[in-house]
Write a protein that binds this ligand. Structure first.
Ligand code: FAD
Ligand code: MLT
Ligand code: ZN
Length: 494
């Protein structure tokens, strides 16, 4: 007896017994996995490898934050060294088993989903800081290290790793690099791509490649490091990274602005950016704020307003004066209707919670997520068009807008009505995403700004990347992953 009923999760208790032998499905899944000859050969090859086959583990490691696909991996491997990763990849090539690289599984596009008998290769045991170089100002880490740990280590050395977003405690650097994660300070510091000085990649054929090697200057041919960034685990496994660090940020002030109209948004951005070096410029609608408040945060203003902006800048006297001048100017022009500014770090953190808690507060509605971008100059026209499109196409659903508006990146979350089946809901959202993709194409935008393509946006990749570009991506994959074992079916079909 492997399990007793009382410690089984609800989803397992609801599983029906097998019609033929009356034994539970769990029994079949475990015994099948335990006796799978492919896993036997992996165990024989790497007797020390930690390998999980129990249903609760397959469930846990086989899904990400999308929760749309039913996890069904063959097993979960937790290697502890680069050598083990290489041996697993070579085994997978020989056995024809797909590999899903797995970080913190906080991804929002289904990139880390294992629903077709793949081997999940989790980097969670490879989470060490390997080296700090004060002269190069770099930190070398194993790929499974959480983003927050990197930020803390940089601070301990009097420096900063500036990529930041709400899942910092759970997501991994490997996942950040594989998705080219953005976050709340891209307007000042750029995406993850800007901060990767080097990557060690185990390719789909098991080769270990040193890409970038921390060099500031290198014009010796193609920069393959950039192929690993945003590759979503389709070319190989990032096992280590050398990250650039920078000066610590100046003490910051956070301002929350209330806006009367959508049209004011980009004008307020222009007014603030003209006077200040902004560290962040984020936007949310009243609907988004209502969900955050229902989640337990205190309301920032006495009355509700249609739109809000969270912006951050240095807290020195000159910057504060410029921020207040920008605020006055916008107030006079009717572009903002109210505002608050943080007077302490605790208040700054409180204002940030209003923006950062949105994803968590929406999670229970299994939202369908669009994560789109256009050039900042194209934003006003794109926003107007998108607002009209969504108003027309989604009269029946609650639509929550927010995002990194200072980077031209908009998050549109459609909430699933409780009574509606997920398949029907997704089908309707996909119908509208096709229209949105056409609009993005017309505005020269991207169907994925920062979350990656994964499974969620695969049908729309060709809307914002040309046929020639996709053909080049396929060619690159064929070289680095000749048998197509790396994250099969994600990003594009081979
Ligand atoms: P996973 O979800 O485990 O994997 C993501 C992809 O990377 C998959 O395709 C996977 O196969 C691949 N992968 C993972 N590790 C490796 C590796 N070592 N080698 C090769 N491939 C690998 N994202 C943003 O960009 N900006 C945000 O502001 C932001 N905010 C978020 C807030 C919340 C509350 C949540 C839940 C998510 C948020 N995300 C955001 C999305 C997510 O956190 C990021 O995409 C993050 O980079 C994923 O990291 P991960 O380790 O969880 O990756
Ligand atoms: C964010 O900006 O909060 C994240 O990208 C998460 C999301 O889009 O839900
Ligand atoms: Zn985001």
């Amino acid at each position: 007896m492997l399990f007793s009923g009382h410690n089984l999760p609800q989803w397992m208790l609801q599983m029906k017994p097998c019609r033929r032998c009356r034994r539970g499905q769990i029994f079949h899944r475990i015994t099948a996995a335990m006796s799978d000859p492919r896993l036997e050969s992996l165990r024989a090859l790497l007797p020390e490898l930690r390998l999980l086959v129990e249903p609760a583990d397959l469930e846990h490691y086989g899904r990400d934050w999308t929760r749309r696909w039913t996890p069904a991996p063959l097993a979960v491997a937790l290697p502890a060294s680069v050598g083990e990763v290489q041996a697993i990849v070579r085994w997978a090539n020989a056995q024809g088993v797909g590999i899903v690289p797995s970080g913190g599984r906080t991804g929002l596009s289904g990139g880390a989903v294992a629903a077709n008998g793949e081997l999940v290769l989790s980097l969670e045991r490879m989470h060490k800081v390997l080296a700090f170089d004060a002269v190069d100002r770099t930190l070398t880490v194993q790929a499974g290290i959480p983003l927050q740990k990197v930020q803390e280590t940089a601070r301990e050395h009097g420096l900063q790793y500036p990529v930041d977003f709400a899942s910092r405690g759970s997501c991994s650097i490997g996942g950040n690099i594989a998705t080219n994660a953005g976050g709340i300070r891209v307007v000042r510091y750029g995406n993850t791509r800007e901060w990767v000085a080097g990557v060690r990649l185990v390719t789909g054929s098991g080769e270990l490649m040193e890409l970038g090697r921390g060099l500031v200057k290198d014009s010796s041919g193609y920069d393959l490091r950039h192929l690993a960034i945003a590759s979503e685990g389709t070319l190989g496994i990032i096992v280590e990274a050398t990250l650039k660090l920078t000066d610590p940020p100046p003490p910051g002030n956070v301002m929350l602005l209330a806006l009367p109209s959508f049209e004011a948004l980009m004008q307020v951005f222009a007014a603030f950016r003209a006077r200040l070096q902004l560290q962040a410029f984020e936007f949310l609608t009243d609907v988004a704020l209502r969900h955050v408040l229902a989640h337990g945060e205190p309301p920032p203003f006495e009355h509700a307003h249609p739109y809000y902006v969270v912006t951050e800048f240095a807290s020195d006297e000159a910057s504060e004066a410029e921020a207040l001048a920008a605020f006055e100017q916008c107030l006079e022009q009717g572009l903002v209707s109210d505002g608050v500014i943080s007077a302490s770090d605790a208040q700054a953190a409180q204002l940030w919670r209003l923006r950062e808690a949105i994803t968590e507060s929406l999670a229970r509605y299994l939202p369908y997520k669009n994560d789109v971008s256009v050039r900042i100059s194209a934003m006003p026209a794109f926003l107007a068009e998108t607002q009209a499109l969504l108003g027309r196409e989604y009269p029946q659903f609650e639509v929550v807008w927010f995002g990194h508006i200072g980077d031209g990146n908009l998050h549109i979350n459609i909430l699933k009505p409780e009574a509606m089946a997920q398949d029907a809901f997704v089908a309707d959202c996909e119908r509208v995403t096709k229209l949105l993709a056409q609009s993005l194409q017309a505005h020269g935008g991207s169907i994925s700004a920062e979350h990656g393509i994964g499974l969620v946006k695969k049908p729309y990749l060709a809307c914002t990347r040309s046929a020639a570009e996709i053909a080049a991506m396929r060619g690159i994959k064929a070289v680095l992953d000749p048998n197509g074992i790396m994250n099969p079916g994600k990003l594009f079909d081979r």
